[in-house]
Write a protein that binds this ligand. Structure first.
Ligand SMILES: *Cc1c(COP(=O)(O)O)cnc(C)c1O
Length: 237
């Protein structure tokens, strides 16, 4: 059951997270309002999301299509939905007209399918290219060496608009140890931005989660995806 204390906890957590984002932004010479907080609501119930909306959170991240659809059904256009997890091609059709941004474009077949489905509903879809900076085999993403060529390929899809890059750093107790990953992603985005590829824009860097978002912001993140620091530890059914 969701109690008044649960709601208060979320409000307090949000205050703290926002303050930490603001401070990290200021440390890196940027404006706090230029950093978008995507609240990662996977496994989290509707009351918790409602509480966050009341606190002016408008962007939510989900990593499973089915769960996103369920929540979309409840909240519809009251907030923006971001698909942040691995996306199977056969599920693109369910979310194509519901998501604000897909953060996890990580392979050509997925782009092919997004193009097809986006065209069918006469939409242009904003996507981020997911980059596997750490090189961990278990992580999805284009390798840093291949991002440029991949971006060039993406520029040929009229219904896909690449808006930047995304990465997931390995979990660590010491966020300083993954600073290089965020710095590397930023450098890749600057390099690609310089090439002025048609239809490819490097406006967004989606990086930073609960345990490492301050370091990510210091290194240039302008979208952070934060779950447990807002909603508490996830309870998997
Ligand atoms: C779960 C998840 C997050 C949020 O993780 P927290 O550690 O709870 O902040 C961010 N990004 C992706 C891709 C995720 O799957």
């Amino acid at each position: 059951m969701f109690t008044a204390e649960d709601a208060q906890k979320i409000r307090n957590n949000l205050d703290k997270v926002r303050e930490r984002i603001n401070n990290a932004a200021l440390r890196s010479g940027r404006r706090p309002e230029d950093i978008l907080l995507v609240a990662v609501s996977k496994t989290v119930g509707a009351e918790a999301i409602e509480t966050a909306i009341e606190e002016k959170i408008l962007d939510f991240g989900e990593n499973r299509v089915q769960e996103l659809l369920k929540k979309y059904d409840i909240f519809k256009e009251r907030c923006n939905w971001h698909l942040i997890g691995r996306l199977q091609t056969n599920k693109v059709k369910y979310i194509i007209d519901k998501v604000t941004m897909i953060h996890s474009l990580d392979r050509p077949e997925l782009a092919e399918e997004i193009q097809k489905r986006a065209m069918a509903c006469n939409r242009t879809v904003d996507v981020l290219i997911q980059v596997n900076v750490s090189g961990e085999e278990t992580k999805a993403g284009i390798s840093p060496e291949e991002v440029y060529d991949f971006a060039v390929k993406m520029s040929r899809y009229p219904n896909i608009r690449v808006k930047g890059l995304m990465t997931i750093a390995p979990y660590t107790e010491d966020p300083e140890s993954v600073r290089w990953i965020f710095r590397r992603l930023k450098n890749i985005s600057v390099d690609i931005g310089r090439e002025n590829i048609d239809n490819i824009d490097m406006q967004y860097l989606s990086m930073g989660m609960s345990h490492d978002f301050e370091v990510a912001v210091e290194e240039g993140a302008n979208i952070v995806r934060i779950g447990s620091s807002i909603f508490g530890e996830r309870q998997y059914p």
